[in-house]
Design a protein around this ligand. Structure first.
Ligand code: URA
Length: 210
């Protein structure tokens, strides 16, 4: 991918996103839409993924047919909201390896602190797609990508549902080599760090917590 930020303007993506933004959408509806939209965003972010061929027999003849080199893909969910994107993408690429990164914000320093990290082996040989629905300040996303790079990843992409300009700028400064795919670039962050107009707290909306 060459663009640093790709906004997927496909009508299906935009329609589903509007339903997700609507405060009247139920938890079950939100979760289902997130699963569907994650697959449409995955379609975009997995363009030019590593391919290999497999010798198969069609009803007419043998052929070397193209298949995904699925073992070369690692999906990394940034907890907890990343899991909502992860499930849908895994349906599309079931052989992908999966990692998890957990970060919380230190109330004093306001910096992200790692509380969990479990990553697949050989990250340096894989396309690594980090997933988190909301790219807000970009602090935790940048920290998560730092972790992935420390673990050896060199080919990293970031998939989110919504991005704020502040988060895109932060990521562009910290990780200009990491392309971002999103369904929308919203206006701004509010004082609490929420994306506006946004959709609220993605984790709360998908898990029904407050
Ligand atoms: N995280 C969320 O869940 N929502 C926002 O608007 C910003 C960060």
């Amino acid at each position: 991918m060459t663009e640093h930020l790709t906004v997927v303007r496909h009508p299906l993506v935009q329609h589903k996103l509007t339903l997700m933004r609507d405060r009247e959408t139920s938890t079950a509806g939100f979760r289902q839409l997130l699963r569907e939209i994650s697959q449409l965003l995955a379609y975009e972010i997995t363009r030019n993924m590593a391919m290999t061929t497999r010798r198969i027999q069609t009803p007419l003849c043998e052929m070397d047919a193209p298949v995904l080199d699925g073992r070369k893909l690692a999906l990394v969910s940034i907890l907890r909201a990343g899991n909502g994107l992860l499930d849908g993408i895994l349906e599309l690429v079931p052989s992908a390896r999966v990692g998890f990164v957990g970060l919380y914000r230190d109330e004093k320093t306001l910096q992200p602190v790692q509380y969990y990290c479990k990553l697949p082996a050989e990250l340096g040989e894989r396309l690594v797609i980090a997933v988190d629905p909301m790219l807000a300040t970009g602090n935790s996303s940048a920290a998560a990508v730092d972790l992935l790079k420390k673990a050896g990843a060199t080919d990293i992409r970031f998939l989110c549902l919504l991005a704020a300009p502040e988060g895109v700028k932060r990521m562009a400064e910290a990780h200009p080599d990491v392309p971002i795919v999103t369904a929308a670039l919203d206006e701004r962050l509010n004082e609490q760090g929420y994306i506006v107009p946004g959709l609220g707290d993605a984790g709360d909306r998908m898990f029904g917590t407050k």
